[in-house]
Write a protein that binds this ligand. Structure first.
Ligand code: ZN
Length: 469
């Protein structure tokens, strides 16, 4: 400053006499004082604040910068919901200048730092089988995600239990899950629990395509790839499952989960035990009539299953206990057997008592379509059940023969008789005499040839044994 004054005087001092410039001294003093004042007022100190090469503004005091950084970190922590700090501190440069700069308040600088800054935090990284899945703000947040996933899994199991009582004994995560604490994780990599939960619940999508081969169906393709047909069709909504062509491409969206669960449960279900129907016969009740002597009642049993699942799919199911808690009560139906003309009882009697001389089945290279019952010519032949006579007369090799249609769809056929005692269209009662033993037609001795048929023709003959008492 002094040098500058001297040069001022030096440059303006005219050469020559001494007395005239003495008069200028007061003016010079005024100029000096004035000039100094102006000079002192124009020199100011500022601090320029920069963040990654970008000027945020100027502050008057260095302390303001530190305070603003602290405030910005506080504000950002509140905004994110977890403690953060600036990735890089702002650089500060001191400037002494005649120029005037607008300065920022601490609040204003803090706001600019918060808006422009990159923030870091301490995070918990969820690592599944060595793979980093997500970074969360805290171990508690990471744990809450796993807890909620597990709770959802259990709720899903419970919703499938239906009326059964479910006791989920154990739910475990099949992979190795770790929480790794890390410092200095950029906040834009942090996800909150809700986001991570949504991501994990959605599962990993893996595009897999199957090319249809000759002879394959949706069912064989689905089962070969661990899918249900519904899952396969859901992944290929535009495909007609009835018209698969070799070479056609099908998407196999195998939904692989980030977190895979294994569970053990006990499922207790109550099931009805069906009742049996028992028949009783009553000679005092007309054929064709029946009455219920006792109504049936369902019983009840409690079954306990031990079930193992993987991601909801049953991999093992075992019945560990079954207890009948209430016995069923039989339904008892009384069926009338008192013979009534034209009415079937549903239960055959023997048309003739005697030795079986030839059984139903293959005989001499052909089929013997009935049984032969030994008898003496003239012995009475009785209707095996009540019904309507549909044929009666000479029938070639069968000789004199009678056929009866019974209610319930069966027919009985009586052959080689010496004489017939009924007419076509007549209703006969069970046990009624319909003819007499003989040896007419292709026969080698007196006997009764007896058939049971499902239709009137000989080709409909069935074994009589299940129908005879
Ligand atoms: Zn025969």
């Amino acid at each position: 400053m002094a040098k500058r004054i001297l040069s001022f005087f030096g440059s303006h001092a005219p050469p020559g006499g001494r007395r005239w410039w003495v008069a200028l001294i007061p003016a010079a003093i005024v100029v000096y004082l004035f000039g100094t004042t102006v000079y002192v007022q124009s020199q100011s100190t500022y601090y320029r604040v920069e963040l990654r090469g970008e000027t945020l503004g100027y502050v008057a005091g260095q302390q303001t910068v530190g305070d603003a950084v602290a405030q910005a970190e506080r504000d950002a922590s509140n905004q994110f919901g977890f403690p953060v700090r600036l990735a890089t501190p702002p650089s500060v440069e001191q400037i002494v200048t005649h120029d005037r700069y607008p300065t920022l308040s601490q609040d204003a600088l803090a706001e600019r730092l918060r808006a422009a800054g990159d923030f870091l935090t301490r995070a918990t990284v969820l690592v599944v089988d060595g793979q980093e899945v997500a970074a969360l703000p805290s171990k508690e947040a990471a744990q809450s995600v796993l807890d909620e996933l597990k709770a959802r899994y259990v709720r899903e199991l419970e919703s499938r239990a239906g009326k059964g009582k479910l006791d989920v004994r154990r739910v475990t995560i099949r992979q190795k899950v770790e929480f790794q604490e890390r410092d200095n994780v950029p906040v834009d990599q942090i996800k909150d629990a809700v986001q991570v939960l949504a991501m994990l619940a959605a599962g990993k999508e893996e595009e897999k395509v199957h090319v249809v081969r000759e002879g394959e169906s949706p069912w064989t393709i689905a089962s070969a790839n661990g899918l249900t047909v519904d899952q396969l069709l859901a992944a290929n909504p535009d495909v007609d499952p009835e018209r698969l062509q070799p070479g056609q491409e099908l998407r196999l969206n195998v939904p692989e989960q980030w977190i895979s669960f294994e569970s053990e449960e006990l499922l207790v279900v109550t099931e009805r035990v069906p009742f049996a129907t028992r028949r009783e016969y009553d000679d005092d009740l007309d054929a064709g009539k029946q009455r219920v002597k006792q109504e049936g009642e369902y019983g009840e049993k409690v079954i306990t299953y031990a079930i193992k699942r993987r991601d909801g799919r049953i991999v093992e199911q075992e019945k560990v206990q079954e207890e009948v808690t209430r016995q069923p009560v039989d339904r008892i139906v009384v069926i009338g057997t008192r013979p009534v003309a034209g009415v079937s009882t549903g239960r055959f009697i023997w048309p003739l008592r005697g030795r079986i001389t030839s059984n139903y089945g293959p005989r001499w290279g052909s089929m013997h379509t009935g049984i032969d019952i030994d008898g003496v010519t003239g012995q009475a032949v009785r209707a095996a059940d009540g019904g309507t006579v549909v044929s009666a007369g000479w029938a070639g090799g069968y000789g004199y023969a009678v056929q009866i249609r019974h209610q319930g769809g069966l027919y009985t056929y009586y052959a080689h008789m010496s004489r017939i005692a009924v007419r076509v269209g007549e209703g006969v009662a069970q046990g009624e005499v319909i003819g007499y033993v003989g040896s007419t037609g292709r026969s080698t001795g007196s006997h009764l040839h007896f058939e049971v048929r499902r239709c009137p023709s000989p080709g409909c003959a069935v074994s009589p044994w299940p129908h005879l008492p």
